[in-house]
Structures are given as structure tokens and as C-alpha cells.
Design a protein around this ligand. Structure first.
Ligand SMILES: Nc1nc2c(c(=O)[nH]1)N[C@H]1C(S)=C(S)[C@@H](COP(=O)(O)OP(=O)(O)OC[C@H]3O[C@@H](n4cnc5c(=O)[nH]c(N)nc54)[C@H](O)[C@@H]3O)O[C@H]1N2
Ligand SMILES: Nc1nc2c(c(=O)[nH]1)N[C@H]1C(S)=C(S)[C@@H](COP(=O)(O)OP(=O)(O)OC[C@H]3O[C@@H](n4cnc5c(=O)[nH]c(N)nc54)[C@H](O)[C@@H]3O)O[C@H]1N2
Ligand code: SF4
Ligand SMILES: [Mo]
Length: 790
């Protein structure tokens, strides 16, 4: 593949080995020739957002379904938004829910699921797997809801309809033959608590902890760092805390697109006199200004300015910034003892302060300015904001977690919070803002390859089992196991493993190499068209749909980003009577695997989800009396000792200070550091459309945003088509190269040397071995690339 051109442009050490890996993502069904770039929008949301949401809803669902669905979104008697994990207002905090308690992107997520378009048996007759593999994820998703179970047996060119009973028989036979230890049970974060609990129970009863999930690629670094430092891997604030904070830091996060209702909370912070500090390589529209569609000012005025201070940081510079903030806080305390640090908190609740303090004052300002790209003066201003705040909440997302040094960065954020006693008091804390609507709940329910012994022992006790203790594979380990032939079967409870994971070309080969792939899905995606030798697609119900079982209509439960657990009830008629709920699929599969008389009452679970919740109550910490508590109108809040009582369930019984050392990411000359991010018109690998409205990029997704000074220096013109080639030192002296073709260069406000492209188009560029230390999360936000003329 164009090796001549490649070698011409390569600079590889003589002894170096050059590996070329790369998939040409299908692109022919999207016409990107009309790329249009306009000025980024000045304010997020406003009436335009509502218009877009309604238009998409009407296109996908029609007027009747739209009118039946949107009013139930995020209401107490309705269903939980399948979009992000942002929490709903709670009566307990004196907040009521509005008539329209959702955002543009929530409405798009609903429209995508509740669409009236369907994929049926005829569709699969018409399209071979090869044909489908030439389509983009966008095209695949646009075909509509999966309505019938299908199978592709060894040697088949097409998927064909299969009876449910036969589907379960085939899967069970293969799984029993291959063994659970050779099977990966992947979960994406939309699965309900009930489905997740059953799924991990199935995997563990079969003898495997191989439970990789999307969280491994998402907030794993947050969980790792928070567990280590405060003893709980979850955020320590409520919505009320956030809205009543004196200073809210939003870093590595683009809430205007990915957590839009967070903007209403940020607006409240401003109205109550609080300050907002935004730390981001890009001046994301939602961080700068917000037009609240529910206020007159938001409809007709310029909206509320949000960020009081915007630090346009270099990609990967956050650890250096927070080290500098720690140092400045220490020095401020030295100058005016007793005014900056919370000594009584430090003394009573923390461990390791002396060792931390010993190294904390050292800063090499030249180094800090190089790593962060920020001026000392601004960093000093920022440190003063921390020093003067009476209550600080630090929020972050993928711009922090998907870096090699993500774990130490978050540990340093915790250091800064601990110094000032900003954990476990109202209006203060740490707030990793979760992605998928139930990703946090899935973890609570046991979707983790390394659940603690206490959880495993509780499962044993409850079901009279002996579940395995050996930790299982996470997502990256699953990929390695597939490559090495140790993993032969893959089951996906939702998600799009092929497109969401790093190094797409290798991942697709790995999936194709499996004996068995099973995808439990609502919509078609890339993972369905890179099948294992035997492959099945099992169509499932979504959040919006009525779930009727033998005991009557069922509801499910979910947990948001702030540990609130509550019920979700779908109301729409399913688009096919062939779709089964996730719980029903898992339960029937388990019955096929184990035969009659298994210790887990799978059939009862399927007939009545209360039976599952009774078991959750006995096994999962904090869930006693689950069936009653989730029936409360606002659900209930899971315990969080640091938040609730400043007690820290770490081995020391205290919150831990840590010492962290920032390291420069080596970017050779002529190369850029690429982050992969979401446009305003997608949900992860699901592409809704081609309008990244806030950033001003329309009608195209294969674009790379570059600082115009870098464009000049590297000699690329506005709109020029280039290939992105990533370069990864493979550790044995060679350089692995990965290529993604045909991206248009767009000048954009990003720091020098830093570029951005959309996920998942950029995934072929992410090396599988490039992972965060300590959490094994793929480094999706810092890929060394060069641009090559196409
Ligand atoms: N509409 C919509 N909503 C979503 C999703 C979606 O795809 N669409 N996805 C959901 C999921 S699963 C998740 S995890 C969340 C993701 O929510 P986000 O984390 O907001 O998603 P990204 O688009 O990855 O944005 C990363 C942000 O971090 C910034 N950034 C990149 N590198 C750095 C860095 O080194 N330092 C700092 N300070 N900032 C950096 C980027 O400029 C960008 O603003 O959203 C959830 N909500
Ligand atoms: N380069 C790069 N890679 C990344 C990221 C990045 O920022 N950059 N972000 C990472 C992050 S944060 C995440 S969370 C992962 C996301 O990884 P995944 O969770 O695996 O991917 P999604 O695109 O969210 O999955 C979408 C598919 O889920 C299925 N689905 C939707 N709703 C339901 C449902 O209710 N039930 C079931 N069973 N299936 C359903 C549909 O078939 C749909 O096609 O990607 C990661 N990959
Ligand atoms: S903020 Fe998130 S949860 Fe709320 S409506 Fe929007 S997408 Fe849904
Ligand atoms: Mo995520």
C-alpha cells in the first residue's frame, strides 16, 4: 500500500523496523466534498439546539412517537436518558424537574434509538457481510433498529435469520466447548443495573472474570487514582455541591456537547456568584458562554458568560499545571501561615503530607511553561483562584483520563483538593464526569475484571457458588489475548468494540480471528461486520421501550455520575416482537449454557426483575432494601464515605497525598500531538450527522484541526487533503506506523504543536501498546503524528 510514498517521507533509524498498519475506513457512503468551515459559535445551546433536536426527532420517529417520548425523558415516571450520565435535579435538594429536562444531544440519542426505521431479514438477504463491511458506521446506524436475531455460520457470506432457541443453543455449545477462560464478556455503559448484575453473574458462574468494558477506555484512570487516594473510585460531589461551589474547575471536558445539561448547573454557579475555570487546549463553545433555552435571556440575549478564566493548555500539560498550583499554594502558606492550607483536615484525615510537602515546593518554571504552554502569570492567577475559594469542585473527563500520565494527573488534582480540605464538605470535591448513562452503575454491579474479594465472596454466599478469584482481562488485555489466540469467543453486551478500541485494523483482525462473536445490540455497527467464524447478532430492547415479562411491565435501574440510583421505565411499543430485553437474553443464554437446575434462578430473574434486585440488595454494598429505595421518586444516593463523613476506606484509613512527576511527551520535529475527540453530532461511535456546529465544522468528519502557525511551518494549506500517520516507538528500536487517509486540514485555535481529529476516525492511529500507566486506558488524547500530503 503506497509503500514508495511512505518510505520517501519516513525518517526511521537505520536499524529501525517499520511496521505499517492501517485500515482504510470505508468512506464512500458519506459525501465529504462539501466541507464547510465557519467561525465557531459564540454561545452553546440557545433556541438553535432545541430546533436541531426536534428536527432529528421528527425525522427518526415521526410526530406521534416524538410527542410520546420526549416528555418522558428524565422525568420521574419516565425513562433515563440514554445519552450521558449527568444527574437529574432532586427534590431533596429543593430542585424540581422542568417540563423539558433534557438537552439537544439527549433528544438525538433518543431519536437514534426510538427511530421507526428497521433492519429486517430482507436487509440481511440483500447485503452480504462483505458489502456491509464497506459501509461507514454512520450508514450502518442509519439503517435503523435490529429486529430479528441473525447468524452467520462458518463459510456463510450473509447473516441469516435464526430462531432464538437455536441461537442460544449454538452459542451455549460453542461457549461450553471453548471455555469461559477463553471468552471475553464485554459491556458498554448503557446496560441497566439488572442486566449488568446478571451478565457478570453469568460470566463468573461460568468461571471467568473476563469482563472488559467501555470504562477501561474511559474513566478507568479516575477510578484507579481515586481508589488509591481517597479509597472510593467515584466522584465525591452531588449536583447541589457543584451548583453551590465557589469555584468550579472544568478540565479536559467539553460539556456543551457531551454533558449539555451541565451548562445549566454552571450557569447557576455563576448566578450564585461562583467562578469557573476552564482548562482545555480548545476554547470549547460550551465553556465560554451559554444561552439557556429555558430563560428569556437565553432565548433572546447573548446568554451567560461562563469561564472566568480560560487556560489554553498544551495537550498533556495538566500534571505540570497542577504541580505548579500545589507549589504556589505551599508557598502562599509559607508566606502567610494558617491562611491557605487546611491544617486540621490534613492532620486528622490525611497521610503522607510531610513527604508530599518535601517535594511540593520545587518548580522549574521553564519546564512548566514548556509542558503547559501557559504563562507563569496566568498560572499564578489560577493558583490564587484556588487559594481564595471557599469551596472548590474539580470536574474532568476524557482530556485528563486518556493520557499516559492520567493517573498521576488525577492524583495531583486530589493533592490540591486535600491541601485545602476540599473533600467531604458542602460545595467541594472531585467530580469525574462519566460518559455512558449507566457506566458507573455497571461497575457497581460487578462489571469489572478485578472486583474486590468482598464482592466475590458475597456472590459465593448468595448463590452458593465458587466464583473465580483470578483477575480477568480488561479491554486492552482482551485485544492482546485475541491476538495471541488465548481469547476465542467475544460477547458484547452493547457497544461497538471494533470501532471504539485502539488500532482499528488490528482489532478487526482480532475479532475476525475469533471462533465466536455475539453482539447484543440495538443498531448495526462496525463490530457486526467484522465477524468471528460463527457470528450472531441478537436484537435487544432499548431504554425507551416497554419491557413486558411474565409478571407484567418491568422497569430497570441506573446510577448517574453522582451515585444516584433510580428507576427507568420505557413506554414505547418495541419495533419488533422479536426483540428481547437484555435481561431476557442473558437469562436464556445462561439456561442454555447451564441446563436445568443451576443454582442461579435465571428464569425467575427474567420473569420478574424484582427477583434480581432482591439479590443485588444482598450482594452489592450500599444496596440494602434496593427494591423499596429505587421506587422512591428520586431513587437513592449510594454511600460514599469520603463525601458523607470524611472517612477514607484506604488501607491507611486516611486520604493519601502522593508525589507525582510530570514527563514531557516526546514529539520529534515536524510532528504534532493529536487528540481524538467527539463532534457535536455523534454519540461515541454512533454518528448522528455531520454538523460539529459549535466548532464551525460542517458536512465532513475526516478533518484535522491544526494551529495555523503550524500549518505555515509545516507547509500545509487550509483545506488541503492529507494522510495522518502515527509513529510509535515499539520499544525494540523500531517505529510502528499507522495511517488514516484523506483528512482535510482545518486551521483552528489549538496550542502550537497540538492537533485534533474525530474519534472513531482517528482510532486506526492509536497504538495498542500506548496506555495510561496504572489504568491501562488507551492513550487516545496524545498520539504523535505527522501529516503527509495525500
Ligand atoms: N453528545 C454526546 N455526548 C456524550 C458522548 C458523545 O459521544 N456524544 N460520549 C459520552 C462518553 S462515553 C463520554 S466518556 C463523555 C466524554 O466527554 P468529553 O471528555 O467531554 O469528550 P471528548 O470529546 O473526548 O472531549 C475531550 C475534551 O478534552 C479536551 N482535551 C484533550 N486533551 C486535553 C488535555 O491534555 N488537557 C486538557 N485539560 N484537556 C484536553 C478536548 O479539547 C475536549 O474538549 O461524553 C459522554 N457524552
Ligand atoms: N480514539 C478514541 N477512542 C475512544 C474514545 C476517545 O475519546 N477516542 N473514547 C472511549 C470511550 S470514553 C468510550 S466510553 C468507548 C465507547 O465504546 P462503546 O461503548 O463500545 O461504543 P458505543 O459507540 O457507545 O456503542 C454504540 C453501540 O451500542 C449499541 N447500543 C446502543 N444502545 C444500546 C442498548 O441499550 N443496549 C445494547 N445492548 N446495545 C446498545 C448500538 O448497537 C450502538 O451501535 O470508546 C472509547 N474509544
Ligand atoms: S445532559 Fe446527558 S443525560 Fe441530560 S439530557 Fe443531555 S444527554 Fe441526556
Ligand atoms: Mo466514555
Amino acid at each position: 500500500m503506497r509503500a514508495d510514498r511512505l518510505h520517501r517521507n519516513l525518517r526511521v533509524r537505520d536499524e529501525g523496523r517499520v511496521d505499517l498498519v492501517g485500515r482504510q475506513s470505508p468512506e464512500k457512503d458519506i459525501d465529504e466534498s462539501e466541507l464547510e468551515v465557519h467561525e465557531p459559535e459564540r454561545a452553546a445551546v440557545g433556541v438553535r439546539g432545541i430546533t436541531v433536536a426536534l428536527r432529528r426527532s421528527l425525522e427518526q420517529m415521526g410526530p406521534v412517537r416524538t410527542a410520546r417520548t420526549l416528555p418522558l425523558l428524565n422525568q420521574r415516571s419516565g425513562f433515563d436518558c440514554p445519552g450521558c450520565a449527568w444527574p437529574d435535579p432532586r427534590e431533596e435538594d429543593g430542585e424540581s424537574r422542568k417540563f423539558a429536562e433534557f438537552c439537544e444531544n439527549g433528544a438525538k440519542a433518543v431519536a437514534e434509538e426510538a427511530t421507526t426505521r428497521t433492519v429486517d431479514a430482507e436487509f440481511f438477504r440483500e447485503h452480504s457481510v462483505d458489502d456491509l463491511s464497506e459501509r461507514t458506521d454512520y450508514w450502518l446506524g442509519q439503517q435503523g433498529r435490529l429486529t430479528t436475531p441473525v447468524i452467520k455460520r462458518e463459510g456463510d457470506t450473509h447473516y441469516r435469520p435464526v430462531e432464538w432457541a437455536e441461537a442460544f443453543r449454538v452459542i451455549a455449545e460453542k461457549l461450553n466447548e471453548l471455555g469461559a477462560e477463553r471468552t471475553a464478556f464485554y459491556t458498554s455503559g448503557r446496560a441497566s443495573n439488572e442486566a449488568a448484575f446478571c451478565y457478570q453473574l453469568l460470566a463468573r458462574s461460568m468461571g471467568s472474570n473476563n469482563l472488559p468494558d467501555c470504562s477501561n477506555m474511559c474513566h478507568e484512570s479516575s477510578g484507579t487514582a481515586l481508589n488509591e487516594t481517597i479509597g472510593v473510585g467515584k466522584g465525591s460531589v452531588s449536583l447541589h455541591d457543584l451548583e453551590n461551589a465557589d469555584l468550579v474547575v472544568v478540565m479536559g471536558q467539553n460539556p456543551g456537547t457531551n454533558h449539555p445539561r451541565m451548562l445549566s448547573s454552571l450557569e447557576r454557579v455563576k448566578q450564585r456568584g461562583g467562578k469557573i475555570l476552564a482548562i482545555n487546549p480548545l476554547p470549547e463553545t460550551g465553556l465560554m458562554r451559554f444561552r439557556n433555552p429555558q430563560s428569556v435571556r437565553g432565548v433572546v440575549g447573548a446568554g451567560t458568560p461562563l469561564a472566568d478564566e480560560f487556560a489554553q493548555i498544551r495537550i498533556g500539560g495538566d500534571l505540570a499545571l497542577f504541580k505548579a498550583i500545589s507549589a504556589l499554594l505551599m508557598r502562599a502558606e509559607d508566606e502567610a501561615p494558617g491562611t491557605v492550607l487546611d491544617s486540621s483536615f490534613i492532620e486528622n484525615h490525611t497521610e503522607g503530607f510531610a513527604e508530599f510537602a518535601e517535594q511540593a515546593r520545587d518548580v522549574d518554571w521553564t519546564e512548566v511553561e514548556r509542558l503547559t504552554g501557559l504563562e507563569r502569570e496566568q498560572i499564578e492567577r489560577i493558583a490564587r483562584m484556588f487559594a481564595e475559594s471557599s469551596g472548590t469542585v474539580v470536574c474532568w473527563a476524557m482530556g485528563i483520563t486518556q493520557h499516559r500520565q492520567a493517573v498521576p494527573t488525577i492524583r495531583e488534582i486530589v493533592n490540591v483538593q486535600l491541601m485545602r480540605g476540599m473533600i467531604g464538605k458542602p460545595g467541594a470535591g472531585v467530580c469525574p464526569v462519566r460518559g455512558h448513562s449507566n457506566v458507573q452503575g455497571d461497575r457497581t454491579m460487578g462489571i469489572w475484571e478485578r472486583m474486590p474479594e468482598s464482592f466475590l465472596a458475597a456472590l459465593d454466599e448468595e448463590f452458593d457458588l465458587r466464583v473465580p478469584r483470578e483477575p480477568g482481562w480488561d479491554t486492552v488485555e482482551t485485544l492482546h489475548a485475541m491476538h495471541e489466540g488465548r481469547c476465542a469467543a467475544f460477547i458484547g453486551l452493547g457497544g461497538n468494540f471494533a470501532a471504539a478500541t485502539p488500532d482499528s485494523a488490528a482489532t478487526e483482525r482480532a475479532l475476525r480471528g475469533c471462533e465466536l462473536t455475539v453482539q447484543i445490540s440495538t443498531k448495526l455497527n462496525r463490530s457486526h461486520v467484522v465477524p468471528g467464524r460463527t457470528a450472531l447478532i441478537l436484537p435487544t430492547l432499548g431504554r425507551t421501550e416497554r419491557d413486558r415479562q411474565r409478571s407484567g411491565d418491568q422497569f430497570v435501574t441506573v446510577e448517574d455520575s453522582m451515585s444516584v440510583v433510580h428507576a427507568s421505565r420505557g413506554r414505547l411499543a418495541p419495533s419488533s416482537d422479536q426483540q428481547l430485553s437484555e435481561v431476557a437474553i442473558i437469562s436464556r443464554l445462561a439456561r442454555a449454557v447451564f441446563g436445568p437446575g443451576h443454582r442461579v434462578p435465571w428464569e425467575e430473574f427474567e420473569q420478574d426483575y424484582d427477583r434480581i434486585r432482591e439479590r443485588i440488595a444482598n450482594v452489592v454494598p450500599g444496596c440494602a432494601d434496593y427494591n423499596r429505595k429505587v421506587r422512591e421518586p428520586d431513587g437513592f444516593v449510594l454511600p460514599h464515605p469520603p463525601r458523607d463523613s470524611r472517612s477514607f476506606p484506604t488501607p491507611t484509613g486516611r486520604a493519601n497525598f502522593t508525589a507525582n512527576v510530570p514527563r514531557m511527551i516526546h514529539v520529534p520535529e515536524g510532528r504534532l500531538l493529536l487528540q481524538s475527540l467527539r463532534s457535536h453530532d455523534q454519540y461515541n461511535t454512533t454518528v448522528y450527522g455531520l454538523s460539529d456546529r459549535y466548532r464551525g465544522v460542517e458536512n465532513a468528519r475526516r478533518v484535522v484541526l491544526v494551529n495555523s502557525a503550524d500549518m505555515d511551518e509545516l507547509g500545509f494549506a487550509d483545506g488541503e487533503t492529507v494522510d495522518l500517520v502515527s509513529e510509535w516507538a515499539d520499544g525494540s528500536g523500531g517505529i510502528e506506523q499507522r495511517r488514516a487517509e484523506g483528512f482535510r486540514v482545518v486551521p483552528y485555535s489549538t496550542p502550537r504543536g497540538c492537533a485534533a481529529a474525530y474519534y472513531p476516525e482517528a482510532n486506526p492511529l492509536v497504538p495498542l501498546d500506548s496506555v495510561a500507566e496504572g489504568s491501562n486506558t488507551p492513550v487516545s488524547k496524545a498520539v504523535v503524528i505527522r501529516l503527509e500530503r495525500g
